[in-house]
Write a protein that binds this ligand. Structure first.
Ligand SMILES: C[S@@+](CC[C@H](N)C(=O)[O-])C[C@H]1O[C@@H](n2cnc3c(N)ncnc32)[C@H](O)[C@@H]1O
Length: 245
C-alpha cells in the first residue's frame, strides 16, 4: 500500500517539519514532568528534522536515538547534527516495524505530534503500538500524542458526508480516516477526491483500551487545551497519553 502521508512529509511538508524548532505548551509540560533523568535512553519516533531530539540534547540528555520514515527528514537532521557536533543517532525506519531497536531498550519513547496517526492502515497502527511496548524498558515511559476524533466538532458531519461519497464509490474506509483540510497552511481543495492522504483520528476510550490491552499502565490523559486550562472538561487539540510499561 502506498503511504501518501509519508509522500506529503517528503514533499509539501518537508521544509515546515524539517525546520520546526519550538515546543508546544503540552510538550513542554510533559517533557519536564516525565523525562526527569538525563542519563536515560530516549527514542524520538517520527522525529522529522529532529525538533524534540535536538531540544532534549540541549537540555542535557546524552543518550538519544531518533528515526523517521522519510529519508529526506533524516538527511536534514543528520546534516544539522554534523554541524552542531550532536551525538544523536538518527535512522530511517517505519514505526510499524522497528527491528533496528532492541526489546526493552528505551527508558523514554516519544511518539509526539501524532506520528502514528499517519500510518495508512489499521493493522499497521496496531502493530506500531505493540512495537512501542516492545522497545520500552520495564518501568519505562511511552508518551503519545494522537489526533482525537472528538476534539473537532465537525468531524462527525465531515465523516458522514465522506461516508456517502465512499459508499457511492464503493470504498471501504473507516469513518475515523479523514483527509487533510489544510496542507502546509493551504486549503486542500481536493479533500473529497479519491486517493487522498488520510489521517487516523482515534476515539479516546478505544485507544486507551488498546494501550491497556498491550500491557501499559496509563499515567495521564489530557487534550492540548487541558494543559492550558486545567479545569476544563472540553477536549480540543491533540490527545496526550502517558503510558508506563
Ligand atoms: C507532524 S511531523 C512531527 C515530527 C516530529 N515528531 C516533531 O514533533 O517535530 C510527523 C512526522 O512523522 C513521520 N512519520 C509518519 N509516519 C511515520 C512512520 N510510519 N514511521 C516513522 N515516522 C513516520 C513523518 O515523516 C513526519 O516527519
Amino acid at each position: 500500500m502506498k503511504n501518501l502521508n509519508a509522500e506529503l512529509y517528503a514533499n509539501e511538508l518537508l521544509e515546515l517539519w524539517a525546520k520546526k524548532n519550538h515546543l508546544l505548551i503540552a510538550e513542554d509540560k510533559l517533557l519536564s514532568k516525565y523525562l526527569v533523568d538525563k542519563t536515560k535512553k530516549v527514542l524520538d519516533v517520527g522525529t522529522g528534522g529532529g525538533r524534540l531530539a535536538f531540544y532534549l540534547e540541549k537540555k542535557g540528555f546524552v543518550n538519544i536515538s531518533a528515526f523517521d520514515i522519510v529519508p529526506k527528514m533524516i538527511d536534514h537532521a543528520t546534516r544539522v547534527a554534523k554541524e552542531t557536533n550532536s551525538k544523536i543517532d538518527f535512522k530511517v525506519a517505519d514505526a510499524v516495524n522497528i527491528p533496528e531497536y532492541g526489546s526493552d531498550e528505551f527508558d523514554y519513547a516519544l511518539y509526539l505530534q501524532q506520528v502514528l496517526n499517519f500510518i495508512p492502515n489499521d493493522q499497521g497502527f496496531k502493530a506500531s503500538l505493540k512495537e512501542s511496548y516492545r522497545i520500552t524498558k520495564k518501568g519505562g515511559l511511552a508518551i503519545f500524542a494522537f489526533l482525537d476524533y472528538d476534539s473537532r466538532f465537525f468531524n462527525r458531519p465531515f465523516s458522514a458526508t465522506l461516508n456517502i461519497l465512499r459508499k457511492i464509490r464503493e470504498e471501504n474506509v473507516s469513518m475515523q480516516r479523514l483527509p487533510w483540510i489544510k496542507i502546509n497552511n493551504k486549503i486542500n481543495w481536493n479533500l473529497f477526491n479519491r486517493d487522498q492522504a488520510l489521517s487516523y483520528w482515534v476515539k479516546k476510550d478505544a485507544i486507551l483500551a488498546d494501550l491497556k490491552n498491550i500491557g501499559y499502565t496509563i499515567l495521564e490523559v489530557k487534550n492540548a487545551n487541558q494543559f492550558v486550562n486545567t479545569k476544563t472538561k472540553s477536549r480540543k487539540g491533540m490527545l496526550y497519553v502517558v503510558c508506563k510499561k
